[in-house]
Design a protein around this ligand. Structure first.
Ligand code: BES
Ligand code: MN
Ligand code: ZN
Length: 502
């Protein structure tokens, strides 16, 4: 991952017109019947004698979201080029632009600027945090495995300072936004690393390096330790692979922590479905079935970097789901961590099995909140599509997490855990079965299964990110192809909210 070098700059006509950037970025808006300039573009407009909107209109610009129009600066600025990026219609209350509009426009601009040396962004006059996040995320590409990587990301970006706030505040915002974006990109890098290189033991080693670099406690259980301690879910799922499972625990303890939060992320480094094997089409996308683990790993590291006054403990149950002579089978009964038994009716419903073990272990730490996230069900994508996570759990905390997910722009919607689905998980031989045996409410049934492993009274949220974690289509806004890093920004914002309000 390479993040551009970021700095702050003054927002006066003189400072903007003399900035040594190659390209100056301004925002445009979709007005009633013509393109208008976003706040922050005034200094550039002044250099164009107030005619910039008219010039852009002549070039066919409309200001619609993510539209990119470049025009030569013709000596009016030190920069050679002005890049006008569309924010769309002012969507916010009272005709303002939302943070997500700024984030997407900044991302679209960053994608159009790869190979550029130096850029000045004026979108930060509207929202500094959103423009920094959008720029860093939009500049990302995963080139680790390319012999000829091509143009790198833009190397240096100056952000004009917003009118409100002090320099000190702006510096803090720049630092926090950069750290948040880096956490998202850490998750993306892990997700995009192919499963022949990212498997349970190698993932655990990468977690160890991050823990050491950031002063976190680190612990990993290998297959022998998992066996000794009775982690039947993780061992069952991981047993079919020559690359045996792991359970990683990372802990951060801030000074004077106000609350303790446990994070659990599904870490299936490749999901073939196992003996209940998946169809071949798009099976390659199951390299992203560890997006939850990548997200919680990046989040606990971020909590340490931003020094949240919290205790955050992350669990990564890591396993590869493959069919083989040692694989678990439909009909097996697994004895889970904590003692419950589960009849396996479908080896492709493996996520809930590794998660259940990790969630029971996480509860032993006595957390105030439990956030679990996973690429758990295809049914999530059917219900909510590719850009909205399904959020389940205890009523209040679920609603709080879903609302925060929307505020970050990652998207999330509260979903119920219908009582009647529990009976459909009854097993002939064990305490419960891992699937219902019907397709209805598949996302909810997975949540109902997980609820059986949550300690009574614990505030918990289950975030199903099957759709939003991976972008199989083209890039848009600040989202690249491949791993998206959802829900890192949601978790970061939930942690910040808990740090503030308890
Ligand atoms: N990893 C998949 C879910 C998934 C599907 C994630 C599509 C991302 C995109 C999960 O392990 C799975 O296979 N779930 C099954 C559950 C079913 C057998 C009850 C599914 O959704 O089909
Ligand atoms: Mn599966
Ligand atoms: Zn899976």
């Amino acid at each position: 991952m390479t993040v551009p070098k970021f700095a702050l700059s003054e927002n006066s006509p003189a400072a903007v017109s003399k900035n040594r950037a190659d390209v100056v970025v301004i925002g445009t808006l979709q007005g009633e019947d013509q393109v208008t300039l976003a706040p922050g573009a005034d200094a550039v407009d002044a250099a164009f004698d107030g005619k910039l909107a008219a010039v852009l209109g002549t070039l066919g610009a409309s200001g619609k979201a993510e539209e990119v129009v470049k025009l030569p600066a013709l000596g009016k600025l030190t920069a050679d080029v002005v890049l006008a990026v569309g924010l769309g219609k002012a969507d916010g209350s009272a005709g303002t632009v939302t943070a997500e509009q700024v984030r997407r426009a900044s991302g679209a601009a960053a994608r159009a600027l790869s190979g550029t040396d130096r850029v000045l962004s004026t979108l930060s006059a509207v929202d500094l945090q959103a423009s920094v996040e959008g720029t860093a995320l939009g500049a990302y590409s995963f080139t680790e495995y390319k012999s000829a990587p091509g143009d790198g990301p833009v190397s240096k970006v100056d952000f004009v300072s917003p009118a409100e706030g002090t320099v000190r505040e702006h510096r803090a915002t720049l630092k926090a936004a950069t750290s948040i974006a880096e956490a998202v990109l850490t998750a993306r890098d892990l997700i995009n690393t192919p499963p022949n290189d990212l498997f349970p033991a190698s993932f655990a080693e990468r977690a160890r390096k991050l823990a050491e670099a950031n002063g976190l406690d680190f612990e990993v259980l290998d297959e022998k330790a998992l066996k000794r301690k009775g982690y039947g879910g993780i061992l069952g799922v991981g047993g079919g692979s020559a690359r045996q499972p792991r359970l990683v625990r990372l802990a951060y303890r801030g000074t004077k922590p106000v609350k303790k939060v446990a994070l659990v992320g599904k870490g299936i480094t490749f999901d073939s479905g196992g003996i209940s094997i998946k169809p071949a089409a798009n099976m390659d996308q199951m390299t992203s079935d560890m997006s939850g683990a990548a997200g919680v790993l990046a989040s606990v590291v971020l909590a340490a970097k931003l020094k949240y006054p919290l205790e955050v403990i992350a669990y990564l149950p890591l396993a590869e789901n493959l069919p083989s002579a040692t694989a678990y089978r439909p009909g097996d009964v697994l004895s889970m961590y904590g003692g419950k038994t589960v009849e396996v009716l479908n080896t492709d419903a493996e996520g809930r099995l590794v998660l259940a073990d990790a969630m029971v272990r996480a509860a032993e730490d006595g957390p105030d909140y439990l956030i679990e996230t996973s690429t758990l069900t295809g049914a999530q994508v059917v219900a909510l599509g590719n850009r909205t996570a399904g959020v389940m759990g205890s009523d209040e905390f679920r609603d709080r997490v879903a609302e925060i997910a929307r505020a970050t722009g990652e998207g999330g919607w509260a979903m119920p855990l219908p009582e009647e689905l529990r009976a459909d998980l009854d097993s002939r031989v064990a305490d419960l079965a891992n699937v219902t045996g019907h397709r209805w409410g598949g996302m909810l049934a997975a949540g109902v299964f997980l609820r059986e492993f949550v300690a009574d009274g614990l505030a918990w949220a289950h975030i199903d990110i099957a759709g939003p974690s991976y972008n199989a289509g083209g890039p848009w806004g600040y989202t690249a192809k491949g791993g998206t890093g959802v829900p890192v920004r949601t978790i970061a914002a939930v942690l910040a909210d808990i740090a503030e309000k308890g």
